[in-house]
Write a protein of this length. Sequence first.
Length: 425
Amino acid sequence: MNYLFPGDQGTEVEYLQLALQRAGYPTKVDGIFGRETCGSLHSFLKTEGACVADREAWQKLIPYLKGYVHHEIVAGDTLDKIAKKYQTTPQAIFTANPLIDPQNLQVEAVLEVPLGFPLVPENVHYSYPLLMYIVEGLLVRYPFLIAGTIGRSVMRKNIPYLKIGNGEKEVCYSASYHANESITTPVLLKFAEEYCNAYSTVLRGESTGEFPAAELYQNFSLYLIPMVNPDGVDLVNGILKTGDFYRQAVRIAADFPTIPFPNGWKANIDGVDLNLQFPAGWEEARQIKYAQGYTKPAPRDYVGRAPLTEPESQAIYNFTREHDFLLVIAYHTQGEVIYWKYLDYEPERSAEIAKYFGRVSGYAVEQTPPESAYAGYKDWFIQEYDRPGYTIEVGLGENPLPMSQFGEIYRANQPIMLGGMTQLL
C-alpha cells in the first residue's frame, strides 16, 4: 500500500478506514483522509505528531484486511483465552488449525488466528491488492479451500481462482471481465466465505441451516474466478495511477473523449474488451463494433485484432478447456437480467435453469440484445460444449455501481449461485 496523508482520497483510504474500523477505532469509511481518520490512526498507533499511514503503519493494519494474525502459544494458553484476546471463537481457531490438539497446546507453536469479523467487506471498492489479501485470509480461515492461478494479466498479475468441494461435477462462476464492474468480485468472494463457513460447521458436526454444504461439497467442485481483469479494475478504482501502463490508458482514452475516464473504462489495460474476445461469432462482433467506431484500442467495445489475443481471455479460455464444466456463469453489471442463449443453441435444461434463476432472484430472463450477441465467454461456452451458460447483469444504474447496492445484489444472486449446483443434483 502507498503512503497516505491527511487530505488524500480514494480506494486506499477506504482500506485504511476499514482496517481501523475492524481494529476497534470508529472511523467512517468514506475514502477521505480527514480529521476523524487521523485521530483513529493516532489512537491505533499510540503515537502523536505527523499523521501518516506509512510502511510501519500498514504492517500493523494489513492483518485487519487479511483477517488473521499469528499467535505464539505461551504457557497457560487455551483456545478460549486466545479467542477472547482476539475477539474470535475457539471454533474459528480450530478450523484454521485443524492439526492442533485443543487440550494440549504446544508452547512456542504458532497458530493462525482468524479475527472475529466477516472477511469480505461490503463497503469498499475492490482492487487486485484487496482481492489477494482476501484470498490469503480465506485460505487461512478454511484450510480445505483450494486456490490457484488461471494465468496472468497484461501487467503480469496472477489471476486467482478458488475451488470448493471435491465432487466430480464441475461448475464455474467468474466476474469482473469489465474494469468498471468490480462490484461483481465480492459477490463471488462473499459466496465463497458463506459456503466455506457452512462447510466448516459440517466438519464440527454442527447444523448448517438451509445451506446444503455437505451435499454440495461431496458432489461438486465449484471454481470461482473473482477478477478476470485485475489491471482494468485497478485503473478504474484508482490503484493504478502512475507508470507506463497508466499513461498508455490515458492516451487510449484521449481518442474517445465522450467516455468518462477512468469510470467509463471496461477494457483490459491494453484497451481490448475481454468479453468480445471469444471465438463465437467474433467476426460478427467486429463488424458491429467497428460500425460503432471502435476500430482500435479503446476504453470499451474494441474486439482486438483477433479472438483470444489478450492474456486474460486466453487464461479463462484455456482454464475452461482444461475442465469439464457442466454450467458456467459470467457476472457483469448492470440491468438485473439473465442472458441464457447464444443464437439458436439451447442446451438441455438451460431454459429451465434460467427460469429458476429468474424466480429466485427477481431478475428478468432474456435473450442477449443483437448488438451484444457475439464473442462473449458464455456464447463460446454454449457453442463449444452445448451446456448451460449464463451472463448475469447485476444491479441498476450507471457503471461503476455504488457499493451501497451490494447487499441487494448479493441477496438476489446468492440463490442463483447456490442453484447453479442444486439444479444439477
